[in-house]
Write a protein that binds this ligand. Structure first.
Ligand code: SF4
Ligand code: SF4
Length: 392
């Protein structure tokens, strides 16, 4: 049986030359970049670039040095490249703050905010979606390269290669899908539907400095020192989640995509090249609170609803930090985030717990709380994991 290849390469920090050499090495394990991407072809590079403008060292976006070094390799092959993501920068240029404007200008590479080009309706033979709206830049490229950032996610527990493709559909649609598919399991199926319409040829994950805790934007940077690469996004996500202590078969996107044959999440079917998983595991990686819900498999099914209700994250506005920018109000799919007396406020009775407001607030004014039993379960899970890692 031919196994799916995932390469794991060490590199410490974002020093250009080191990143370039590490990228070359990780791609060599897959047979070389030319083995996957045809020279002189049109390539779309999908970065992970959230809307709230953030500098690269916050570790919210795929680091621009990481992308720059890959672009250099593609330029050497004579490729015509477009780099992009769909972002909602208003007053400020998000690409300028993250460093993308500078690197793409310097290299002469086209950088596009996808909303400026528009989206094309296509049929989608998905579990949930029958049609979707994808950027024509993605659909018309010869090759699609996906550059996710290794981060936790306060709604989906983990964000990796599959979820990064959510950014190729319009922002407004993303908000309404949050409203329509409010359960994380169903939301995961919808994400896989989008992925099925825009499946990358190559996925390279920036796990040099990751994000732990309440990602994808309000967590803390964590030095991991790795680059992961694979043509199989499902296998790459499975390996990445395992490295940070999550069971891949409890990540909704991984389970669903592997069941539907978009790749494999079975370790027996994956050939790891470069570093071994056990040598690079990060045992003290802080999970998102919602990831504690993954312990559900050890709890009788009759209690799942109650446990989930206890574990659910509840956004609250920390008014002293609120600058009244209204980004949370604009993104809230349920109208639960509102402005009251010049500050944001959240109507708990309308909240879907989608965490969009938390993700978009760049002033860290939205904090996530849990019900008392949820908090206790979370602490117990952390202690349990520490004890288990001590004995393993
Ligand atoms: S809570 Fe955050 S996103 Fe919402 S208005 Fe205040 S600063 Fe802006
Ligand atoms: S208040 Fe925040 S978590 Fe609740 S529905 Fe609105 S965006 Fe989602």
């Amino acid at each position: 049986m031919t196994k799916t290849k995932v390469s794991i390469q060490r590199v410490f920090g974002y020093e250009s030359e080191n990143v370039r050499l590490a990228l070359l090495k990780s791609l060599e394990f897959l047979g070389g970049l030319e083995h996957i991407i045809q020279p002189k072809s049109h390539v779309f590079v999908k970065i992970n670039h959230l809307s709230p403008p953030s500098p690269p060292d916050d570790m919210i976006v795929t680091h621009p040095v990481f992308t720059k070094e890959l672009l250099g390799l593609l330029l050497d092959m004579g490729c015509e490249i477009t780099v992009g993501d769909d972002i909602q920068s208003k007053k400020e240029d998000g690409f300028l703050i993250s460093g993308y404007r500078k690197i793409c200008t310097a290299l002469g590479v086209r950088l596009v905010n996808l909303k400026e080009i528009g989206f094309r309706e296509i049929a989608c033979n998905g579990q949930i979606l029958t049609k979707s709206y994808i950027s024509p830049l993605v659909l018309d490229s010869d090759f699609l390269i996906n550059l996710p950032k290794l981060k936790t996610h306060s709604f989906m527990a983990f964000t990796g290669a599959i979820k990064n493709m959510y950014g190729v559909i319009p922002y407004g649609l993303r908000c309404s899908y949050h409203r329509e598919y409010a359960k994380s399991e169903i939301f995961g199926q919808m994400l896989v539907d989008i992925f099925s319409c825009a499946t990358p040829h190559l996925n390279i994950m920036d796990a040099i400095h990751a994000m732990e805790g309440e990602g994808p934007s309000a967590g803390s940077p964590k030095k991991i020192g790795l680059i992961l690469a694979s043509s199989d996004a499902v296998a790459l996500d499975a390996v990445a989640s395992k490295i940070i202590g999550l069971d891949p078969m409890q990540i909704h996107t991984t389970i669903d995509a592997s069941k539907r044959g978009f790749g494999t999440a079975q370790m027996a079917e994956i050939e790891i090249l470069g570093e071994k998983i056990q040598d690079v595991e990060v045992r003290d990686f802080k999970q998102s609170a919602i990831a504690v819900g993954l312990i559900r498999k050890n709890i009788p099914a009759i209690l799942h609803g109650f446990i989930q209700w206890q574990l659910v994250l509840i956004p609250r506005v920390f008014q002293k930090k609120c600058t009244a920018c209204q980004e949370c109000v604009d993104i809230c799919p349920k109208g639960a985030a509102q402005m009251l007396e010049g500050k944001a406020s959240i109507d708990k009775s309308r909240c879907l717990h989608c965490m969009c407001c938390h993700e978009v607030c760049r002033f860290h004014a939205i904090k996530l709380g849990q019900r008392p039993l949820g908090r206790m379960l979370r602490r117990m899970t952390t202690i349990y994991k520490k004890i288990m890692s001590f004995f393993s």
